[in-house]
Design a protein around this ligand. Structure first.
Ligand SMILES: *Cc1c(COP(=O)(O)O)cnc(C)c1O
Length: 362
C-alpha cells in the first residue's frame, strides 16, 4: 500500500480508503461482468442496480420521505444556482437569500440573472463569522435560500430552521455529516465532491408538492436538461448519467452505513472537529478561529496565525505529510477540511503538528 497523505482538501476531498480499494478491485471487472463501470451501458442491469441502491441508501440514511424525489444530476451545485430560479421563480415572485458567505453570494448572483431576489440577512461586514438565528430571518419573499455550511468561511447552521416559506438549501459541504429533518426543506442540493464521492454528480432532493405547486408553466420552454420534470420522469437517466461518480457515491453510502449512519458519523465529526478547535482555543491566541463559536463548522475549520509566518506553517505541515491546509484567499489563514471520510490519524497528526509548531515559534 502506498502512503496515503493526510488530506485536508476542501473539495474534491478525501474518500474512505475501503471505498477506493473496492473501486480498484472492481475496476477491470465489475461484479463478474469482465467490464469496468465506465465501459458498460447505463441501461444495463449492472448500472441500474447501482443507481437504485444509491437512492435506497440515501433515502434510508437521510430518512427522506416518500413524497420527495431523489435526483442525480450534472453541472455541480453551481448549475443548481441557475436551475432553481429558472424553474421556480416567476416574474411576480422573489427569492430571498441569506448572505451567509461566499457560496450564498454566488447562488444569489446567479438567481439575480433570472428574476427578482432579495438579501434578508448578511454578516458581510464581519467577513462572515456567523450564521443567523431563525428569529433574524423574516421575509415577504416567496422562497428562502440557505447555505447550510459555508465551505470557505467555515461556518455552519447547527440545526434545521423551521421557516414559514419554502426553503431551498445548498448542503454541498455538510450533507450527510449529521442527521437532518428533510421535511423542513422543499429542495436540497449538493455537489458530491465534499462528502459523497467524486465531482460530476449533484444530488437534488425535491419535494413533490413543492414541484407541483411552484414549478412555473414556462419551465416546459426550458431546455430539457434544465427542467426538473425531465429528470424525474427519466429517473435521472434522460441522458448518460455520470456513471463512475454515481458508482463511487453508492460505495460511500455503503461505507456510511458501516459508520453507524448519520448519528454515528455526526458523533465522530463532532469529536474530530472539537479536537482541532480545542487546540485553537487553548493556544492563548496563537491560533485564532475565524468563526464565532456558536456557528463553527464541523467540516471546514478556519483559523489564522497572527504572530507567525503562515507560509512556514504550510511548508512544515507539508513536510509532515499534511496537505491542502491553505485557506481560501478571501479569509486567509488556514483551513482544515475534516469531511466524513477524514481518518482519525489525520486529525491526530494535525493536532500534534499544530502544537509542535506553536511550541517551536514561542
Ligand atoms: C463546493 C461548493 C459549491 C460548488 O459546487 P460545484 O459542484 O463545484 O458547482 C457550492 N456550494 C457549496 C456550499 C460548496 O461547498
Amino acid at each position: 500500500m502506498t502512503n496515503r497523505a493526510h488530506n485536508f482538501s476542501a473539495g474534491p476531498a478525501v474518500l474512505p480508503l475501503s471505498v477506493l480499494k473496492t473501486a480498484q478491485q472492481e475496476m477491470l471487472s465489475l461484479h463478474g461482468s469482465g467490464m469496468s463501470i465506465v465501459e458498460i451501458s447505463h441501461r444495463s442491469l449492472y448500472f441500474s442496480q447501482i443507481i437504485e441502491q444509491a437512492e435506497t441508501r440515501l433515502r434510508a440514511l437521510l430518512q427522506i420521505p416518500a413524497d420527495y424525489h431523489v435526483l442525480f444530476l450534472q453541472g455541480g451545485a453551481s448549475l443548481q444556482f441557475s436551475m432553481i430560479p429558472m424553474n421556480f421563480l416567476a416574474s411576480d415572485q422573489s427569492m430571498a437569500f441569506v448572505d451567509s458567505g461566499s457560496w450564498a453570494k454566488k447562488a444569489f448572483l446567479e438567481a439575480q440573472k433570472v428574476g427578482s431576489t432579495t438579501q434578508i440577512w448578511s454578516d458581510k461586514a464581519q467577513n462572515y463569522q456567523r450564521m443567523p438565528s431563525t428569529s433574524e430571518l423574516s421575509t415577504s419573499s416567496d422562497y428562502i435560500h440557505l447555505t447550510s455550511n459555508e465551505t470557505i468561511q467555515g461556518i455552519a447552521l447547527q440545526s434545521d430552521y423551521k421557516l414559514d416559506k419554502p426553503v431551498i438549501c445548498d448542503m454541498s459541504s455538510d450533507i450527510l455529516s449529521r442527521p437532518v429533518d428533510v421535511n423542513q426543506y422543499d429542495l436540497i442540493y449538493a455537489g458530491a465532491q465534499k462528502n459523497m464521492g467524486p465531482s460530476g454528480v449533484t444530488l437534488v432532493i425535491l419535494k413533490d408538492q413543492f414541484l407541483k405547486k411552484h414549478q412555473q408553466t414556462s419551465a416546459s420552454q426550458l431546455g430539457s436538461m434544465l427542467n426538473y420534470t425531465t429528470h424525474i420522469e427519466n429517473k435521472s437517466m434522460y441522458n448518460t448519467p455520470p456513471v463512475f461518480s454515481i458508482y463511487l457515491l453508492n460505495l460511500v453510502m455503503g461505507w456510511l452505513e458501516e459508520q453507524g449512519g448519520l448519528s454515528g458519523i455526526h458523533q465522530r465529526n463532532q469529536n474530530q472537529a472539537q479536537q482541532v478547535y480545542a487546540v485553537v482555543d487553548q493556544s492563548q491566541g496563537f491560533y485564532q478561529g475565524h468563526a464565532q463559536i456558536e456557528s463553527r463548522s464541523l467540516m471546514n475549520i478556519t483559523f489564522t496565525i497572527p504572530g507567525a509566518d503562515q507560509a512556514l506553517f504550510l511548508k512544515q505541515a507539508e513536510a509532515k505529510g499534511l496537505h491542502n491546509l491553505k485557506g481560501h484567499r478571501s479569509v486567509g489563514g488556514i483551513r482544515a477540511s475534516l469531511y466524513n471520510a477524514c481518518p482519525q490519524e489525520s486529525v491526530d497528526a494535525l493536532c500534534a503538528f499544530m502544537q509542535d509548531f506553536k511550541r517551536n515559534q514561542s
